[in-house]
Structures are given as C-alpha cells and as structure tokens.
Design a protein around this ligand. Structure first.
Ligand code: GDP
Ligand code: IMO
Ligand code: MG
Length: 423
C-alpha cells in the first residue's frame, strides 16, 4: 500500500496543486499535513481554475476522501469561503473532513500577523499575513484552540477566555485593538453550525484506509527552503513542509511512507524575504516572471525569479529522502537561447560548497556558480512523453535529476490537467 508524500522541493509554488490533481485521480485519500490558508495551490481541470488554500487538491475526484490533517492551522472563515467557491463550480464536497486535532486559526492570529510584521520594520519576513505564525506560536505555547473544541462549547469557552488573557495583552502591546471574547465565541458557534459535521477524529478513517490497502497521498504546503527547522530561518513558515513531519501532521505511522515525490519548477521562484541565491534582477528574470505568470496565488505578490538551484535541490532531496521528482513549468523555458543551473555556492572566502546549505547570514553572501546549458527554442507544450522532448530539454532535465540524485517521475509542460506525463 503506497503512501506517497508530495512536497514542494524549493521555495513554494512549484506546482504541487497541479501534480496532486493529476495523482489524485488514482488516490483514495488525500491529506494536507501542515500549513493553513497561506497555501495557493492552483488546479486547472474540468471544474475551471481554482487556487486551493486549505482544501486538499484531491477534492476534484469524487471518490477521494480529503482530510485537513492535525498538523494544519485552519481558519474556518477561509475554509467556508473556499467551499462556497468550489460548490458554485459544481465540486462535490461530501468527502471533505477536518481533524479534531487541527489548530483553529482565529481572527486575532491574522491581526497579530499584521502587527508583528509591522513591528519588525525593515526586518520583515514577508508573511502572507494569514495568521499562520501566531497560530502555530499559540499551538506551541499551549494556548491554541483546536477544531475539535468547536464541538465542546463549555470547553471552548474556557479555552478561549484562557487564550485571550495573553493574546489581548500582546495585541495591545503592539498597538492593536483587543478582541471581544463574546463576539469570538459567537463566531465559533457559527463555525460549529457550518462545519461541525466535518470535524472528526480522522484516525479511524486513515487506519481503515491503510488496512484496506488504499492509496494515500499526503499533500505538503510551501517548500523545503521555508521549513521552520531546515529552511532559511527566520524567513520561513512556522511549520515543517518536510517529509519527516508528514506522518505526524497527517496521522500515519512514519514507516508507511514509501514514496516521497519532490515537486520542482524547471527554474526557481520565491515570494517573501530572505536569501535566494539564484535570483535574477535582469531581463531573464522579468521574462521568467512574465512567461511563467509568476504572481502569488494567495497574495498576488510578484514572485522573485531565478535560475534553477541545483544545490538547494540536492539538499532538499537528501533531507527528505525523496524517491523521485515531478518537474513543472518546463514550457516556460521554451525559447531561451541558453539556460543556467547553479551547481555550487561560492562563500565570501572563495570556497565553493555544493553538498550543504549554508546558514542564513552566510547564504545571504554567497555567489552562485553556474553551468550554462543550451536552450531548445521550440515549444514543449504538446509533448506527452520523454522521447518527444527536444534533446536539449532532456539534457537539461537529466542534469537536474543528477544534481538531485534521484530520477524524474513526472514532467509538466503546461498548467492544464492533460499537460503532464509520467517518465
Ligand atoms: P503550488 O502552490 O505549488 O500548488 O503552485 P502554485 O499554484 O502557487 O503555482 C504554480 C503556477 O504554475 C500555477 O499558476 C499553475 O497553474 C502553473 N503551472 C503548473 N504547472 C505548470 C506547467 O507545467 N506549465 C505552466 N506554464 N504553468 C504551470
Ligand atoms: P504554497 O503552498 C510561496 C512564504 C511567505 C513568507 C514565508 C512565511 O502555495 O507553495 P507565512 O504566511 O507562512 O508565515 O509566510 O513563507 N509563503 C509562501 N510562499 N508559496 C506558499 O504556499 C507560501 N506560504 C507562505 O511569502 O516568505
Ligand atoms: Mg502556491
């Protein structure tokens, strides 16, 4: 029974949504294991174009059970909005479930995210301002509320009062307006009314799925380089988008995860602050942004664009025990005369590193060492098998695979459902 973990292998927005939509056609269960509505996973299929923020990308397959796992932080308001949009497009939501153990992201978390970002001044992280950091901070500080609390009004009331004692002091300290407990409690009762039936202990469901040899797909949000422990701290998210956390955040024994698929773009992009060694500030960067439509699916922010980072992929592949790559957006490179791949970072003292990831203050000072690869100057959008790709594109992809140390499982040459093939 293969349980597959699907991760972003770079800085996020690698095209996870489109690959999961493709794989979910065969999956019985899809579980989002971390993050919240900071995600923007774009899926284009017969239901139209959707940017999924919280709902697992398996939702378009009516046979698939979709679980928002215990490792997530859930803003019910966003979830309800997202459900409304999907329902209006004719998507069946019968199989959407939320773990009782997932954290409840409250309006004060968003308020705090904005206040904390403002307080950081020029040291901003560039968060999505969705309240993700403050919600995970409350989880760790043990003042968080959980989705299951919505089902226990007396307990919820007590927990909310407990949370507000510290939260409101923080808000006041940062110059915000304290939030009213009664208003929040009433809001929670509304969430309970609208979502109560979907909030379940998901373990029996996943346990049954394992016993019945069902296909389980774990959906990561963001990417390895924004991992709380292994990313470019502090310019990271507040959870772990890495494979090691997938089992815990989804509620599965770790030894059941037998395939780890890393999704990578054929070049690099990032939104938010922090080191990004291969970033381009020239015409090539502008071209990648324009041709690749590199604007945030959640915030609309222009994405920073750069050449493919082979050091970061080697790091991400090893750290996550990746078994294969899904390479997306190859078509965006069609027409470039030549392409570059970063194969090392030159440190300020001249030493070149290729098999480790320098810590953030050092990474901010590295100079990428590039290899130059010949472009293919023709369209790949219609290719549906490896052999159909231009030889230069195959050579370029093979080099990426070599730097990652793992094979390529899928290649995507366009955003539509049909424009991806297994290798
Ligand atoms: P995610 O957050 O990892 O799911 O990625 P996003 O949805 O935020 O960003 C990926 C963007 O690239 C979306 O707009 C997708 O529709 C688009 N996309 C995905 N795969 C391809 C591809 O192979 N070619 C092109 N041109 N666009 C793609
Ligand atoms: P998907 O799932 C790209 C970035 C933010 C910021 C940092 C922390 O679509 O790949 P947060 O709001 O999580 O506290 O922000 O992480 N970030 C993303 N970048 N794609 C995302 O999601 C992101 N979610 C957060 O820009 O740098
Ligand atoms: Mg995205």
């Amino acid at each position: 029974m293969p349980a597959i973990v699907l991760l972003g292998a770079q800085w996020g927005d690698e095209g996870k949504g489109r690959i999961i939509d493709y794989l979910a056609q065969e999956a019985d269960v899809v579980i989002r294991f971390q993050g919240g509505d900071n995600a923007g996973h774009t899926v284009i299929n017969a239901f139209g174009k959707h940017a999924l923020h919280l709902i697992p990308s398996g939702i378009f397959n009516p046979r698939t059970q979709n679980i928002i796992g215990s490792g997530c932080v859930v803003n019910p308001q966003s979830l309800l909005q997202e459900m409304e949009v999907l329902e209006a497009s004719g998507v069946e939501l019968e199989n959407l479930w939320v773990s009782t153990r997932a954290q409840l992201l409250m309006p004060y978390h968003r308020e705090l995210d904005g206040l904390e970002e403002a307080a950081r001044g020029k040291d901003t992280i560039g968060t999505t301002r969705r309240g993700i950091g403050p919600a995970y901070a409350d989880k760790a500080a043990r003042v968080g509320l959980r989705m299951g609390d919505l089902l226990q009004p007396g307990w919820l009331e007590r927990r909310l009062a407990n949370a507000l004692r510290t939260v409101n002091r923080k808000i006041e300290l940062l110059g915000g307006t304290p939030q009213d407990g009664d208003v929040l409690y009433a809001l929670c009762m509304g969430y309970r009314e609208n979502l109560g039936g979907r909030i379940i202990d998901t373990l029996p469901m996943t346990r049954r799925a394992v016993q019945q040899q069902k296909q389980i797909l774990l959906e990561g949000q963001l990417g390895v380089m924004r991992d709380l422990d292994w990313g470019i701290y502090p310019y990271v998210t507040s959870s772990n988008p890495t494979a090691a956390y997938a089992a815990s955040g989804a509620g599965l024994p770790a030894r059941l995860l037998d395939r780890v698929l890393g999704v990578v773009k054929a070049y690099s992009t990032a939104v938010g602050e922090g080191p990004f060694p291969t970033e381009l500030h020239d015409a090539d960067g502008a071209r990648l942004r324009e041709v690749g439509s590199e604007f945030g699916a959640t915030t609309g922010r222009p994405r920073r664009c750069g050449w493919f980072d082979g050091v970061a992929i080697g790091y991400a592949a090893w750290l996550n025990g990746m078994t294969g790559l899904a390479i997306t957006k190859l078509d965006v490179l069609d027409g470039f005369e030549s392409l570059k791949i970063c194969v090392g970072y030159q440190l300020p003292d001249g030493v070149v590193v290729a098999d480790s990831m320098p810590d953030t203050p050092v990474l901010l000072q590295v100079t990428p060492v590039y290899e130059v690869w010949e472009g293919w100057r023709c369209s790949t959008a219609g290719c549906r098998r490896w052999e159909a790709l231009p030889s230069q594109a195959r050579a370029y992809l093979q080099r990426i695979s070599e730097l990652a140390g793992i094979p390529i499982d899928y290649v995507s040459v366009g955003a539509a459902r049909g424009q991806v093939f297994a290798v």
